[in-house]
Write a protein that binds this ligand. Structure first.
Ligand code: CA
Length: 704
């Protein structure tokens, strides 16, 4: 006969089973924590209480089957706990939740383990990335999260290491250097675990690298295989037939500047077909006419490539943008789903890459099923369903000094921001931007080792065509029907990645500092909570005990919600934090207290206009990625218009001698002469002398 306490527990468990079904399997078994097996990863959908991998399950739909929070009660959703993160950079992470513990990363690859019920810290790991690495991060240092297997947590660090941590204690188990430290590689993406292998890509295609994805043994850290996405120097032989075939589509001496094609985000696995899908990045240099001067599609840039997960062997590819020249990566999130198209159930792969077309592919063959524009685009009229190729409009390639106006811009119609798919509504929810850019070939382009190599002059004024407000850059959450390839609804405003739930809801953070729920089928806003920060990464949902939680790691960098000029963002209360909501939650965030910083007066020096013009061009090659277009700052690194170094006599000590390399400002002596350094100084003073209030106009969001 069971005693009273165990009878009580039995009843609790029965109620729990009734409420959550399969979710209770993890909660009832306290021996299980920290031991996520390959089998659990394959069957992750049967554990709705957990969020075991980047997109929750291998399909990466970011759909939670939890339905405790629904349309009838979402108004009772309240903050249950929050946890303040350490650093002041952008937070792009999607947290994992494994058996009651949440794992979340910060920009350099630091990891927090938190009690997912209370928000209390369990452990913290700092890989101690050298600050000098910052110059290799094209678009701010970021990290999109961890992966797990066999009691370990895997994280990629900004400086190219893959580290295995003990999930319980946070102590390091093994570490591998996955990239050549002498080159401009970084890691920003989340690893994935497939059949006891840890898969990791890298970034750096704005610099001079060759992209690849690597597989490491989850237990030992030994490298198992590596797949390069583009061919190397043919005289040194090809790694495989796929590289030999790809080399036929390149001309010139592309390998000297790397070629690009980095796998910096999407790595998705289908256990049923046993295929691995990777998304590849743009070419290096960006300008195709410089990269591959006699033409060619440049495989496998801007492509989805299917590989054998056991060997890394090539199976098929689909190239979204042949002869890519506008930074149109296809690294964007990939979602796998089985959907009915024209009466037939199809195993599809869906992607909304930067180029503005929404692609539905047959994921067993790579055949194109459909592709339609989901945002404003002007570079192509349509995708030919017979050839599978986009039909480019004439005059869209910036091959000479002519300025070419292109929609979308290099930030893309959709970037890395996690999109979600609801099997209930059949809709894909895409963080979308109608963006634009003006391209002009850099006639004076010369390769610079280890720094940006675009082949375009992006210092030119962005004198966009004088058109109505309709064509202004704008962001929105788009609900897209992948069967009809049409918009179902949209909600205006910039925001974070997206979560869809079985409660008929879609969640995202918004640019005005709220966490918002929408009715999944109509887009009606049904709930929001002010969270003091603009969410960027992907929200998640999980369950502990009887409660469904909805959580997001927030952080658009240091000075997220400031509208005024912030010269030293590191000094601003940054409010990068994880927030977790549940029904009846009644916690409160601390007050956000900000004292405006004093702006120093601009130097009174007289500027040589011609020298400053030279400085403007050099600034927009080497400096703007951190210090903002037209030196407007980026709200994360210091706004150098207000720097004392402009006129205190130590400018060259910083720029040429690298005395501030300890905070990431390395020496640029290899890239420029003292004359060019002085030209940049004069240019920045010129910008500093302009009225401050007219200056803050850009949204320097991460591009990558
Ligand atoms: Ca890029």
């Amino acid at each position: 006969m069971p005693g009273l306490p165990s009878l009580f527990l039995l009843l609790v468990n029965l109620v729990f089973f009734a409420l959550y079904g399969a979710a209770s399997s993890w909660a009832a078994d306290t021996e299980k924590p920290y031991s996520v097996t390959a089998e659990r990863l394959v069957n992750a959908d049967a554990e709705p209480g957990n969020w075991l991998s980047h997109g929750r399950t291998y399909s990466e739909q970011r759909y939670s089957p939890l339905d405790q929070v629904d349309l009838s009660n979402v108004n009772k959703l309240g903050l249950d706990w929050y946890f303040d993160l350490n650093d002041h950079n952008v937070v792009e992470a999607t947290p994992l939740v494994i058996d009651g513990i949440m794992y979340v990363t910060e920009a350099m690859g630091t990891v927090f383990a938190l009690n997912a019920k209370t928000g209390e810290k369990v452990w913290y790991f700092d890989p101690e990335v050298p600050p000098e690495t910052l110059v290799k991060a094209c678009c701010q240092p970021v990290n999109r999260g961890v992966a797990t297997a066999n009691g370990k947590i895997f994280v990629g660090t900004l400086d190219g290491r893959l580290i295995a941590l003990d999930a319980k204690s946070g102590t390091k188990v093994w570490e591998q250097i996955t990239t050549d430290p002498t080159q401009a590689y970084t890691i920003t993406g989340a690893p994935r675990v497939v059949k006891n292998r840890v898969l990791i890509g890298n970034a750096g295609a704005e610099y001079d690298v060759r992209g690849y994805v690597s597989a490491y043994d989850a237990d030992t850290g030994e490298m198992d295989w590596r797949f390069y996405t583009i061919p190397g120097d043919p005289s040194r032989g090809f790694e495989n037939d796929a590289m030999r075939a790809a080399a036929e589509t390149w001309t010139g001496e592309w390998w000297k500047i790397g070629g690009g094609g980095t796998v910096w985000d999407a790595i998705v696995y289908d256990p049923e077909l046993d295929l691995l899908y990777i998304g590849t990045g743009n070419g290096t240099p960006w300008n195709h006419a410089i990269r591959s001067p006699d033409g060619g599609d440049n495989l496998y840039l801007s492509s989805i490539v299917a590989l054998r997960p056991d060997t890394g062997e090539y199976v098929w590819h689909y190239q979204t943008t042949p002869a890519e020249t506008w930074d149109f990566t296809a690294t964007q999130p990939i979602i796998l789903a089985d959907i009915e198209i024209e009466g037939v159930m199809r195993k599809v792969l869906m992607q909304a890459p930067k180029n503005g077309f929404f692609y539905v592919l047959d994921r067993s063959t790579g055949d194109l099923i459909s592709a339609e524009p989901f945002a404003k685009i002007n570079w192509a009229s349509h995708v030919d369903l017979v050839t599978g190729r986009p039909v480019e409009r004439p005059g869209m390639r910036p091959v000479d000094e002519t300025r070419v106006y292109i929609e979308p811009g290099p930030g893309g119609a959709h970037n890395w921001d996690p999109m979600a798919f609801s099997p209930i509504t059949g809709l894909v929810y895409i963080p979308t931007v109608d963006s634009r850019f003006i391209w002009q070939k850099d006639e004076e382009f010369q390769y610079t080792s280890g720094l940006w190599n675009l082949g375009y002059d992006i210092s030119i004024p962005f004198d966009y065509p004088a058109v109505g407000t309709e064509q202004r850059s704008r962001s929105y959450l788009l609900a897209w029907d992948p069967v009809t390839q049409r918009q179902a609804w949209r909600s205006d405003g910039i925001g974070s990645g997206v979560l869809a739930t079985a409660g008929g809801l879609v969640f995202r953070g918004t640019g005005d500092g709220r966490f918002v729920a929408y009715k999944a089928d109509t887009g009606e806003e049904v709930w929001s909570s002010y969270v003091q920060n603009r969410g960027v990464g992907g929200p998640i949902s999980y369950a502990i005990g009887e409660d469904q939680y909805v959580a997001i790691a927030l952080g658009r960098g240091a000075a997220t919600m400031r509208k005024d000029v912030v010269p030293y963002p590191a000094d601003v209360p940054h409010a990068n934090r994880v927030v977790a909501f549940k029904l009846g939650g009644n916690a409160a965030l601390p007050d956000y207290i900000y004292t405006p910083q004093e702006l120093r007066a601009p130097p009174v020096e007289e500027i040589n206009i011609e020298t400053a013009a030279v400085g403007r061009k050099v600034f927009h090659r080497y400096c703007f990625a951190c210090h903002g277009r037209e030196a407007r700052g980026n709200r994360i690194q210091p706004d150098i218009r207000f720097s004392d170094y402009l006129d205190n006599g130590f400018w060259d000590d910083v720029v040429m001698d690298g005395i501030l390399s300890g905070v990431g400002m390395v020496s640029f002596a290899d890239a420029m002469s003292p004359e060019l350094s002085e030209a940049i100084r004069q240019y920045v003073i010129m910008e500093a002398q302009k009225p401050v209030n007219s200056s803050f106009k850009q949204d320097a969001g991460p591009v990558q």
